[in-house]
Design a protein. Structure first.
Length: 540
């Protein structure tokens, strides 16, 4: 048997953190990787570019928290390539800037393995750039040295070499935070004025980048006071002063929600978008899921799914109705053919997208996402048999102006009525509208909504006065929070805080419960609510 065609190893620089700083060449290599061997500092988003079946090997740390030794990494690269694999060795920043990429390339040469180097954006230049500090600048600095601040076992030799570079106008030190007091002392002893400006950039280019500026005299203390930790890049030299004018990425006006702690009350599996949008604007987000979805009593749902062929239309009013209904249908042993004779309606784009993820296309989506529009635009439904899956308390009552942030689930309530479990009863708008047009509507409970179990840390943060803004994306979140609060009333707990509601239905529900509502966006989406919060903050 002939041996497999030899593979290849790409030593790829993954950039400093911001996933947009991967090169096109690096992306192309990742996309065709059989194996990705990656380091601790690699942004996880980059790994998502590798094919789903690629083998991902983390050599950043082993179970005992020590990194995998270099010779084992070299051996791994050689073994996989000998087996014919396309191997991407993905490294933080640039592979040849303190990345031990040179050693890995030497091992590949020794083993006769083909390889290519894909340079990356090094943190030595990118972290200062994201802090608004050019490492060279006309009339200010005409040279820059990249230096390791790590004291290697080679001791003496290492120190000599770094001080010889200390004559450059700008010094960029990597791996130096732990040794900062020694580094500044040696620089001052070597003749750098104590007032030379210094910046330390923690997690440069990441959303949570932090920058501390001082001088050789005080930077070591400042770094301790501010709690700056590795990975961080140290910049020494007059160029640091340019940050005052050139600061951009971490400018306060780009992070209008910095310093705010915001409670996200969405159900766990729907919390991500709101959290991401808030965090991108600098807010600290505390997730306290207030309700959760659970399967219903399957009896009625199963019975209706067994006679799906009797319906003309299956109308989905939320992503949850799609997932719970179809998951159950398939769990019963049916496949997509069971839907063959039934037309599918989706209330909005997110619901249609959910259908699409099951390989199904909606036959109908209304032009505007309201119950009335859905009912009228479906055409002649007189005599049509319509199945309307819903939750135990949530009606098919789509809200106006749902864009991409289509609210899930779609809520409405009948004032003053309490349903089971202290949650609200529903107003069956859509069923009414369809009935009025002569359709024969049957509803079935596809899932239940119930108050979530408390997240002790998040609840303590709310009760301990550590939260400034509470967001609600549905009336059931209010009901769920009321349940979590036990003896304390919502009004009591929320009065000192800013209360943001995604739309008028949720805001009405809040007022019904005695809660003052501070913000309701024009556009009833997660994005709209976040924009409104920014306007509120700026107006303060
Ligand atoms: N090859 C990498 C450097 C590896 S050495 C590159 O070219 O960027 C690891 C050091 O790089 C860290 O100790 C830190 O000093 C620096 N570093 C890596 N990522 C960083 C980041 N996002 N922000 C600031 N410094 C970073």
């Amino acid at each position: 048997m002939s041996s497999p065609t030899p593979g290849i190893v790409y030593l790829v620089g993954g950039g400093p953190g911001d996933p947009g700083l991967l090169t096109l060449r690096g992306l192309a290599c990742l996309r065709r990787a059989d194996v990705v061997v990656f380091d601790r500092l690699i942004g996880r988003e980059l790994l998502a570019h590798a094919p789903a079946q690629a083998e991902l090997i983390d050599v950043g740390k082993e179970s005992d928290r020590h990194p995998v030794p270099q010779d084992r990494i070299n051996g791994l690269l050689v073994d996989r390539a000998v087996a014919g694999k396309v191997v991407v060795r993905l490294k933080g920043g640039d592979p040849f800037v303190f990345g031990r990429g040179g050693e890995e390339a030497e091992a590949l040469v020794a083993a006769g393995i083909p390889f290519e180097i894909v340079p990356g954006v090094t943190s030595a230049i990118a972290a200062p750039a994201y802090a608004g500090i050019p490492v060279t600048h006309r009339t200010v600095a005409c040279s820059a040295a990249i230096i390791t601040g790590h004291r290697s076992e080679s001791g003496q030799a290492e120190e000599c070499s770094w001080l010889s570079a200390a004559g450059a106008d700008t010094l960029v030190l990597l791996m130096g935070v732990a040794n900062l007091p020694r580094i500044v002392a040696q620089l001052v002893a070597a003749g750098r004025p104590a007032e030379t400006p210094v910046a330390v950039i923690q997690r440069g280019t990441f959303a949570d980048q932090r920058v501390v500026v001082g001088t050789l005299a005080d930077i070591a203390d400042r770094v301790v006071t501010e709690g700056i930790r590795s990975p961080a890049t140290i910049v020494v030299g007059e160029v640091v002063r340019l940050r005052e004018r050139l600061r951009w990425f971490d400018r306060p006006d780009r992070r209008p929600l910095a310093g705010l702690r915001v409670l996200n009350t969405r159900p766990r599996h729907e919390a991500a978008e709101l959290t991401a949008r808030l965090a991108a604007l600098g807010a600290e987000v505390v997730e306290l899921p207030c309700m959760e979805m659970a399967p219903p009593d399957f009896g009625p749902l199963d019975a209706v799914l067994q006679r799906l062929a009797a319906f003309d239309w299956l109308v989905f009013t939320s992503v949850n109705t799609v997932t719970f209904t179809l998951d159950r249908l398939f769990a019963l042993g049916y496949d997509a053919r069971a839907l063959g004779g039934v037309r599918l309606a989706a209330v909005g784009p997110a619901t249609a997208q959910a259908l699409h993820s099951y390989g199904l296309r909606a036959d109908f989506t209304p032009s505007r996402f309201t119950a009335a529009d859905l009912a009228t635009e479906m055409g002649d439904v007189a005599g049509a048999r319509v199945l309307l899956p819903r939750s135990n308390l949530i009606p098919p009552a789509p809200l106006p102006s749902q864009g991409r942030g289509e609210m899930l689930p779609l809520l409405s309530l009948r004032r003053g009525e309490k349903g089971d479990g202290g949650m609200r009863e529903v107003r069956p708008d859509l069923a009414d509208a369809l009935n009025a047009r002569g359709a024969i509507v049957e509803t079935v409970i596809a899932y239940t909504v119930r108050p979530a179990t408390a997240e002790p840390g998040a609840l303590a943060a709310l009760l301990g006065g550590q939260i400034q803004v509470v967001t609600f994306a549905s009336p059931s979140a209010l009901d769920g929070l009321a349940t979590l609060l036990g003896d304390r009333t919502l009004a009591d707990v929320l009065t000192p805080l800013c209360v943001a509601c995604i739309g008028p239905t949720t805001a009405d529900a809040a007022r019904d419960l005695g809660v003052r509502v501070d913000l309701t966006p024009e556009e009833h989406t997660v994005a709209g609510m976040v924009d409104e919060l920014v306007r509120w903050r700026q107006g303060k």
